[in-house]
Design a protein around this ligand. Structure first.
Ligand SMILES: Nc1nc2c(ncn2[C@@H]2O[C@H](COP(=O)(O)OP(=O)(O)OP(=O)(O)O)[C@@H](O)[C@H]2O)c(=O)[nH]1
Ligand SMILES: [Mg+2]
Length: 335
């Protein structure tokens, strides 16, 4: 049999949107600036599968000057990529932490870091930390985990979570995650503020938009599932085509792949015709659960890191330009 050759590049459809900068994202950035004076530490969450694409220059700028730690969330879903954790650790040093919701040790490490900072800050009102990040990266889940682990006995879920972008809409009130000293805790206690996910005003790179959509950082349907499934097939072929070996032999043809998924997982329409839409949705759902490999999607070569730094230091659009671009994009779609 001829050796299988994966596609070396993926042609980005022109229909891919370049923005998802909603009104509440803009409002959240303004609000962040007003709460910042009482914040001593920013906890910036980025999705471990997208260490660069979920690093938002707008947030970087909004919290500038405040000490920050970077929490790479959903570490469990990127654990098959060798060396990434070490690379990020080298880039950020002690500022980076790797976290997943099913690993209590990771929450305990972050709590330790918060307590250390509370001792250093030694404020009579306690330490106030602010969680920021792109939509759906796991900010509210992190807050709930900190609360559960840090305040023994208080198991109530304090923040709403969900597997789509835009679950948290407002900066709420701060939540105690470490009790004050007189109750066996630290200093005057540690408090954490959750915030809504904030998107970037403009994403020049269509591939980055597809990656963000794969991890559900933008609204479902903005990019068709079949396009995302094709992109995922392209990536799986570069990682290891055996990842989907339960469905079919290695292929670069998304129709062939989705037909095989339909047959195996019963996604068939009347007359046994494969339901491509349902099959694409199934593929995405399996991947999001880590059942088609747990790989980091971003390219982390030296060149990609350099380009990313350039983009962060001079982003393509300002906030108001971003808002305008989003409105125009929506108008074009509905025309
Ligand atoms: N596998 C895995 N899933 C996670 C982890 N953390 C969060 N999730 C899931 O990711 C989804 C999003 O979590 P949220 O906490 O609502 O994300 P968010 O950043 O607050 O989202 P917005 O408020 O919409 O910006 C939920 O379905 C969580 O269960 C993790 O460490 N591992
Ligand atoms: Mg949230």
């Amino acid at each position: 049999m001829a050796q299988f050759l994966p596609r070396r590049s993926f042609s980005i459809p022109s229909s891919i949107p370049k923005s998802y900068f909603l009104g509440h994202h803009h409002a959240a950035v303004s609000k962040l600036k007003t709460v910042l004076p009482r914040v001593s530490l920013v906890i910036e969450c980025r999705d471990f599968r997208l260490p660069l694409s979920t690093h938002n220059p707008v947030l970087e700028k909004a919290v500038i000057g405040c000490p920050k730690i970077i929490v790479y969330t959903k570490h469990d879903l990127g654990s098959d990529s060798p060396g990434v954790r070490q690379l990020l650790q080298r880039l950020h040093g002690r500022r980076a932490l790797f976290w997943d919701k099913n690993h209590p040790g990771a929450t305990a490490s972050l709590l330790r870091r918060l307590k250390e900072t509370a001792y250093e800050v030694d404020s009579i009102t306690g330490l106030c930390a602010l969680i920021v990040g792109m939509p759906n990266v796991g900010k509210s889940t992190l807050l709930n985990a900190l609360r559960k682990s840090g305040t023994l006995g208080r198991k109530t879920k304090v923040a709403k979570t969900g597997d789509q972008a835009g679950v948290t809409r407002k900066i709420g009130t701060s939540v105690r995650v470490v009790e004050p000293e007189e109750r066996g805790g630290v200093g005057a206690g540690v408090y954490v503020l959750d915030s809504p996910g904030v998107f970037m005003p403009y994403v020049e790179d269509g591939e980055a938009m597809m990656k963000i959509s794969l991890v559900q950082g933008i609204k479902k349907g903005l990019i068709a599932d079949e396009i995302l499934a094709d992109y995922l097939l392209y990536k799986m072929n570069l990682w290891d085509p055996r990842l989907y070996g339960r469905y079919c032999e290695p292929t670069n043809d998304v129709q062939e792949f989705l037909s095989a998924v339909a047959k195996r997982d019963g996604k068939l329409k009347a007359g046994g015709v494969p339901d491509m839409e349902e099959s694409a949705a199934r593929v995405l759902s399996e991947w999001r659960k880590g059942k088609l490999g747990k790989y980091v999607l971003d390219d982390l070569s030296d060149e990609a890191l350099r380009n990313h730094e350039l983009m962060v230091s001079s982003p393509p659009l300002s906030l108001s330009q971003g808002k305008k671009a989003w409105k125009e994009q929506k108008k074009e779609k509905s025309a």
